[in-house]
Write a protein that binds this ligand. Structure first.
Ligand code: AMP
Ligand code: MG
Length: 424
């Protein structure tokens, strides 16, 4: 049986980065930029004021203090978004709002708090003062935001390969970009298999269960930035599985769920053998041992044959989600052009015993908490691979190495963090 690392290596060497596409910036969250972005403008475009205040000549403020203000004549007001009409000359000031362009002649801005503006307003009401007292010396350049200080015209702002987050969306918008070239998101087709399955909008006959896995896996696909297509449910026979898969042959990845455990594997295996090629079956891990991976012959948009990576996820609800996190997630991220494929891990002190009877790598569902600068992890309860609520309680997977036969309370383990919630 191959190890987790060997399985991941085979998977990653079988998948390629997808093509580029042009998308509206707000659709690109989590996608990888496929072009270098150069600044076509200065941001900000002009020298402007960092505060509400008075644009003055710094020389006019020398010696100014609370006791001996320097009085200047106010000749105009300039608002954000407007262009100054007048120049500041010695002995004068222009009232200026945050973000408004600095008038010619001025070399600094004295903020309202450093003037007698407030006292004047008390006596003069809403009227703008005709004269202002400067209460502090100001040096040249004070409170001026320089043109291009955020982004300089012609400079490279975002490089190819950057992952688009809200701040990147904002930077693109500040350059006036409404679309951008990114690596496209993979389409992932998901087929559940099992005679016992019923879809969620149907009544539940005796002896049947709802097809929950297609939905948990589709949600994982969405969460990591790809596009899920649920193909429905196939029965446990070859024709039904083949017919189901045929509805997904235009996808970038195929996922089947179930039908890979010992007694069951024949159907998916036969389908794989006829429709493509099996790369491996079974990984030394728990839960999720029966994972199968292969390539299925599909058709491209141009009608040409192409190989689609196929994951045969274990059917048990926890196993299938763990299989996805460990193997399908890095594969879709690689297809999207992402470089960092690993979930964050922390070292945590275990608060429960875990027995490892058959030398597999265990991924135990745990609740990780930080107390006094140290991470602690405790089991979510019953670790049966059919107990999906153990995933809803967990925020991490504690990793028991295959050669560790027993974990005792107080032992330290690496824990893969599934959710960095604020509560951790
Ligand atoms: P299998 O690998 O097909 O033998 O499935 C293992 C277990 O997972 C069985 O108890 C199945 O009923 C259950 N199972 C398989 N597929 C699904 C699914 N799509 N939704 C919920 N449970 C499933
Ligand atoms: Mg089954």
């Amino acid at each position: 049986m191959i190890s987790v690392e060997q399985a991941l290596e085979k998977i990653l060497s079988s998948v390629d980065i997808l093509e580029e596409e042009q998308r509206p910036i707000l659709d690109c969250l989590g996608q990888v930029l496929a072009e270098d972005i150069y600044a076509n403008v200065n941001v900000p475009p002009l020298d402007n004021s960092a505060f509400d205040g008075y644009a003055v000549q710094s020389g006019d403020t020398s010696g100014a203090s609370q006791q001996s203000p320097r009085f200047l004549r106010v000749i105009d007001t300039v608002l954000a978004g407007s262009i100054p009409r007048h120049e500041v000359e010695p002995g004068t000031a222009i009232r200026i709002m945050t973000g408004a362009p600095i008038p010619k002649g001025a070399d600094c801005v004295v903020m309202f708090e450093d003037t007698d503006e407030a006292q004047r307003r008390e006596s003069a009401g809403q009227q703008s003062p005709v004269e202002i007292g400067i209460l502090h010396e100001a040096r040249a350049g004070l409170n001026i935001r320089r043109a291009g200080e955020s982004i300089a015209l012609g400079s490279i702002v975002l490089a190819k390969g950057v992952v688009i987050r809200p701040s990147e969306v904002g930077v693109l918008a500040s350059l006036g970009r409404d679309t951008v070239t990114v690596i496209r998101r993979p389409l992932v087709a998901i087929l559940a298999t099992g005679d016992e399955l019923v879809d969620i909008n149907q009544p539940l006959p005796e002896g049947k269960i709802y097809n929950s896995n297609a939905y948990s896996v589709a949600a994982q696909v969405l969460r990591y930035g790809s596009i899920p297509r649920i193909l429905g449910i196939a029965l446990d026979n070859e024709d039904s599985v083949v017919a189901g898969l045929h509805r997904g042959l235009d996808a970038d990845m195929l996922i089947t769920i179930g039908g890979v455990s010992m007694g069951d594997y024949d159907v998916v295996k036969d389908v794989l053998a006829k429709q493509g090629e099996m790369v491996f079956w079974k990984v030394r891990m728990k839960p999720g041992k029966p994972l199968a991976f292969g390539m299925i012959k599909g058709v491209g948009k141009d009608g040409a044959a192409r190989d689609i990576p196929h994951f045969g996820l274990a059917g048990n609800p926890v196993s299938c989600m763990v299989n996805f996190e460990l193997f399908a997630r890095p594969a879709v991220l690689k297809m999207m052009g992402r470089k960092n494929l690993a979930k964050p891990t922390v070292e945590a002190v275990m608060e429960n015993r875990i027995a490892n009877e058959d030398k597999r790598r265990i991924f135990a569902r745990v609740i990780v908490e930080k107390r006094e600068g140290q991470y602690f992890a405790r089991l979510t309860g019953h670790q049966g691979s059919g107990i999906l609520t153990s995933m809803t309680l967990a925020n991490g997977l504690a990793i028991v190495p295959e050669d560790k036969t027993e974990v005792n309370e107080g032992d330290k383990l690496q824990v893969m963090i599934l959710d960095w919630g604020e509560e951790v």
